[in-house]
Unconditional design. Structure first.
Length: 401
């Protein structure tokens, strides 16, 4: 083995270049499950960044949902997100070029618009799409742009057959997100917040009765939240309990609302969620029996935790990734996007009972020599006001130096 060279940090030669890392890499996101099928979102550099919805069926066949030039992406709140929804093989997505919602499926031909063309180009935008249980409506955030004033946001129900007018579910706040219907179909929840807050500063969690025959709401009720409390990822459990993550304790912890009472599920000095930069991110999902599959956080990274609705941790499953996102339960497996310091992002399935891993799609086919990759170390250090700061330290790594 040749002797190592001595050179100042920052001057070491490496076979890994910026061009090598970025060439041909897909941007993966928005994992969804529908029965035994897994869907995800691919941003493709070779197609000028066009976003394609990809379906992997139970028989491992691959199909693309939106043919070129359709681009499944939206611009609500500028960051966008949650650009499609799927149920029983039928897919609805927002198209970048006109921001309208389209219906498509892997078995049909050209996607069909179900929302009207706005008077102002790109003037009506939709995001955070979620199909109702009966597939009659898409619950969505709508952003309306005007020539004489700032854009406004509301929460709407869009008829999936394209035959009727969009119904307003909630309005009056500056921003909305996370419309979700309960399993019984008679209630929905959502988040709202106002200027100057971002959702990680403070927002409110609301519920209302929902009538699917008309797509209307009644008896709105604020559950919790305020200008100084951040709430993320409200979801209904299989038994109808409303689960969400709130930072009211100073940490983003799993919490539930049932029979009018708010109760912590996990009270830990760990963050179970994070800032909602875009719509639709997911750090947990439900098993059929109501148990929660939660991605690891500080001290539990690279694994999934199975939590009962009462907050008891019953099992863990290892994951081969330190970065885990887009968590979705599919039967006894969990589908997600994972990455690590030594591997590119990929869509994977992990079997919770035995830890078996199946890679569904990798963002890059480039084979990198791990000897040249720096693996970060978690460090904690004191900072101002007697607080602690947390960071990753990447030590210089190169076998030639």
């Amino acid at each position: 083995m040749p002797d190592k060279r001595v050179s100042p940090y920052g001057s070491w030669e490496s076979p890994i270049s910026a061009d090598l890392i970025t060439q041909g890499g897909l941007r993966l996101g928005e994992v969804r499950v529908d029965g035994a099928d897994v869907y995800w979102h691919e941003g493709r550099p070779e197609e000028s960044g066009r976003y394609v919805i990809v379906k992997r069926s139970a028989d491992d066949s691959i199909s693309e949902i939106n043919p070129a030039p359709f681009n499944a992406r939206n611009a609500v709140h500028e960051y966008g997100g949650s650009a499609y929804a799927v149920r029983d093989g039928e897919v609805f997505f927002t198209n970048w070029d006109d921001q309208r919602i389209y219906r498509a499926s892997s078995d049909d031909g050209e996607p069909t618009a179900i929302t009207e063309e706005p008077e102002i180009e790109l003037g009506i935008r939709f995001a955070d799409l979620k199909l109702t249980n009966d597939s009659k409506w898409i619950l969505s955030v709508r952003e309306s742009h005007h020539e004489d004033r700032e854009a406004d946001n509301d929460l709407v129900a869009v008829p999936t057959d394209g035959s009727g007018a969009v119904v307003v579910l909630a309005s009056g706040h500056d921003f909305y997100s996370s419309p979700r219907q309960n399993p019984a179909g008679d209630m929905i929840c959502w988040l709202s917040w106002d200027h100057p807050n971002m959702p990680w500063d403070g927002c409110e969690l609301w519920v209302a009765e929902f009538d699917s025959s008309t797509g209307t709401t009644s008896n709105e009720q604020k559950v919790t939240g305020g200008a100084d409390v951040s709430i993320v990822q409200p979801e209904w459990s299989p038994n109808g309990t409303l689960v969400f993550i709130t930072d009211e304790s100073g940490w983003w912890n799993l919490t539930k609302w049932s029979n009018g009472k708010i109760t912590p599920i996990l009270a830990e000095e760990k963050d179970h969620g994070g800032p909602a930069w875009a719509f639709g991110f997911s750090t947990y999902s439900f098993l059929e029996d109501g148990a929660i599959v939660l991605k690891g956080s500080k001290g539990t990274g690279g694994r999934f935790r199975m939590i009962t609705p009462n907050g008891h941790e019953v099992a863990e499953a290892a994951a081969p990734h330190s970065l885990i996102a887009e968590v979705n339960v599919i039967g006894d497996d969990v589908a997600y996007i994972g990455a690590s310091p030594t591997s590119s992002a990929e869509v994977v399935k992990v079997t919770l009972s035995n830890g078996n891993v199946t890679s569904l799609k990798s963002s890059s086919e480039i084979d990198l020599d791990e000897a040249y990759l720096s693996v970060p170390e978690e460090i904690t250090f004191p900072t101002t006001n007697d607080a602690e700061a947390h960071a990753y330290y990447y030590p210089p790594t190169n076998p030639d130096f």
